[in-house]
Design a protein. Structure first.
Length: 451
């Protein structure tokens, strides 16, 4: 299939290049022939006209008597005749002595010089006719030469168009070779891509040397394959983690129900229902977060709008009842363009995370960082005075179902997806979320393009 594709593209490119060469070279060849013939003919007529005018001048001055042999001033113009008004030849050059009158064209008062062609029984000639004087009965000087082979035959045209045909054929052949060489790496890449399947994304295409478009294409393909491989690995890990996280509450719920079934007299229904509802709430929370992760960045939640971060924080804090007081330092007029519900979820997750780890206070800050170009960056930070996050854990905590030891010991029912949701929302809004240094606590910072 790849070979057929390469040959098909190669043939189309060669056909196009050949057609372009023909469209260019044929008009050029026609123009060259016409221009060359015109230049040669103009040169011939210039020589014949100069010769005829010189002979006419010599006759007017008396330097050339009638009846004498006419000297030839230009060897190439050797056919000269002087013909009277009655059509008799009054004088002639040696080369034209045995020839009939060269032409019956006679110049007029308005046009004293005429250049034309005439075919005699023996040959065709290019000639010029000049009146000796302005009188109507003035003799006429005819000076001419045999028509040059370039003008008399089509040999020149045959040679030119044969050369054009050879050039067109060479263009097609060269294009076929060059295109084949250029497409060979592409055909190789296509064959290698056909061999890639979902079960094994570790394969890479051969990357040709250099920095041309084909090499850039190979680099882009390999980069795409690497991203797909990472994504597939993350999906497999995510499926494994999700099944593990869902199995725990399901197993607990099943154990309680089986125990109640086996020992109905020893079962406290109220305690059983309360425990089952707690496990059900955890399952529902995990499934809700998984659905949200699947929806982030898709068209499902594409209702973007202008969001004032300070107003968003105030609205969120007004409906919360936190055990640790939250201090707010909100700069006004910091706006971003995004999905309000998703941004509110990021804020909620950061506040929930801070509340789980804070000792005495939680601080929320909204500010704006100016750029030299553009509208700047909107900054939303949430910090607490709990346990510091180690440098090596600051990226890992944003992975799904990742909990540090401190989080596991103090978790109040989180799904392990809150920070992963926050990171995916930030990326979907062309921003980023990071953990920054804060002595004696943790500081999460969300940066988004400001409007």
């Amino acid at each position: 299939m790849s070979a057929l594709w390469a040959r098909s593209l190669r043939g189309r490119v060669t056909l196009i290049a050949t057609a372009v060469a023909a469209l260019v070279l044929i008009p050029v060849g026609v123009g060259a022939v016409l221009v060359t013939r015109s230049l040669v003919e103009a040169g011939v007529f210039e020589d014949t006209r100069d010769t005829a005018e010189r002979i006419a001048y010599e006759m007017r001055s008396g330097a050339l008597p009638l009846g004498a042999s006419i000297p030839v001033p230009n060897p190439s113009v050797n056919l000269i005749q002087i013909i009277g008004p009655d059509g008799r030849i009054l004088a002639t050059s040696d080369a034209a002595r045995t020839m009939p009158p060269l032409s019956d064209v006679r110049p007029t008062d308005d046009d004293r010089v005429i250049s034309t062609t005439n075919c005699l029984p023996t040959e065709c000639v290019h000639l010029s006719a000049v009146r000796v004087s302005k009188f109507a009965d003035s003799p006429v000087v005819y000076a001419g030469r045999s028509t040059p082979d370039l003008l008399a035959t089509r040999t020149f045209e045959v040679i030119v168009f044969a050369e054009i045909a050879v050039l067109i054929a060479l263009t097609g052949w060269a294009t076929w070779l060059v295109t084949g060489r250029a497409l060979r790496p592409v055909a190789t890449m296509r064959t290698e891509l056909d061999a890639v399947h979902a079960g094994d994304l570790s394969s890479r295409v051969t990357q040709p040397p250099g920095t041309d478009e084909v090499a850039e294409l190979a680099r882009s393909v390999n980069s795409t394959l690497a991203r797909l491989e990472r994504s597939a690995a993350q999906q497999r890990q995510f499926a494994s983690d999700a099944s593990h996280e869902l199995r725990t509450p399901i197993a607990g719920l099943r154990a309680q129900l089986e125990s109640a079934q086996l020992y109905p007299d020893d079962t406290d229904i109220e305690t059983l229902v309360r425990s089952a509802l707690r496990d059900t709430d955890r399952l529902e929370a995990i499934i809700t977060d998984l659905l949200l992760l699947a929806r982030i960045g898709s068209r499902v939640d594409a209702a973007s709008e202008l969001v004032d971060l300070a107003e968003l924080v105030r609205q969120e804090l007004s409906v919360r009842s936190d055990k640790v007081p939250v201090h707010a330092d909100l700069a006004e007029g910091v706006r971003v363009y995004g999905v309000r519900l998703q941004l509110a979820r990021v804020l909620t997750n950061l506040l929930d995370n801070a509340q789980r780890h804070a000792e005495h206070f939680v601080q929320v800050t909204v500010a704006k960082e100016d750029r030299t170009k553009g509208d700047g960056t909107a900054v939303l930070s949430v910090e607490n005075d709990g346990v510091e996050i180690a440098e090596e854990d600051r990226e890992r905590i944003f992975e799904r179902f990742t909990r540090l030891d401190a989080a596991r010991s103090r978790d109040a029912g989180g799904t392990g997806l809150g920070l992963a949701i926050a990171r995916d929302v930030a990326m979907a809004h062309r921003g980023q979320i990071t953990v920054e240094d804060r002595p004696g606590g943790a500081r999460f910072v969300l940066r988004l393009p400001a409007v």
